[in-house]
Design a protein around this ligand. Structure first.
Ligand code: INI
Length: 157
């Protein structure tokens, strides 16, 4: 890579940031693992626990509204949205998943507050378990990592 490039990279220190996790109760067995993964990632990257707020909400459909309120409050540098929509669990999977995804993207764009996307959308429970701390890693930790990097990149732009 050319060394003369101006490159902006996010530092991965969470120290001094104020972060909210918004976590749905639906499919809580899975979502708790996502919460654990996000907390573990953030604390290992220097976040002081007193700067971390965990908000519980009913289901994925409620994530955008809760994240919008958190983002507009001005109290948080970033938010990680954590939930699990599992196709087998309901015929309205597609509606719930689509509205949650669209809504979360809209909140980030409207408010400028980075939102880590930690909403699993899977065909079955096995796939969700794989992404909640087993074979396929932990998407809660991944969402926290993406949020942190985005916060630090935006600070420099
Ligand atoms: N909410 C989820 O978070 N995951 C799901 O899989 C799910 N399914 O399958 O129905 C789900 N539904 C609840 C929805 O998010 C709302 O909480 C509910 O409709 C009340 O508004």
């Amino acid at each position: 890579m050319k060394t003369s490039l101006i490159t902006i990279d996010g530092r991965l220190s969470a120290s001094g940031l104020k972060i909210a996790l918004a976590a749905s109760r639906f499919n809580s067995i899975i979502v708790e693992r996502l919460v654990d993964g996000a907390v573990d990632y953030l604390v290992r990257h220097g976040l002081e626990e007193e700067n971390l707020t965990l908000v519980r909400l009913p289901g994925a459909f409620e994530l955008p509204l809760v994240c919008q309120k958190l983002a507009r409050s001005g109290k948080f540098d970033g938010i990680a949205a954590l939930g699990a929509v599992i196709r087998g669990a309901t015929p309205h999977f597609d509606f719930v998943a689509a509205e949650a995804i669209k809504g979360l993207a809209q909140v980030a764009l409207d408010t400028g507050v980075p939102i880590g996307f930690g909403l699993l959308t899977t065909d079955n429970v096995e796939q969700a378990v794989e992404r909640a701390g087993s074979k396929a890693g932990n998407k809660g930790a991944d969402a926290a990592a993406a949020m942190l990097e985005t916060i630090r990149v935006l600070e420099q732009l």
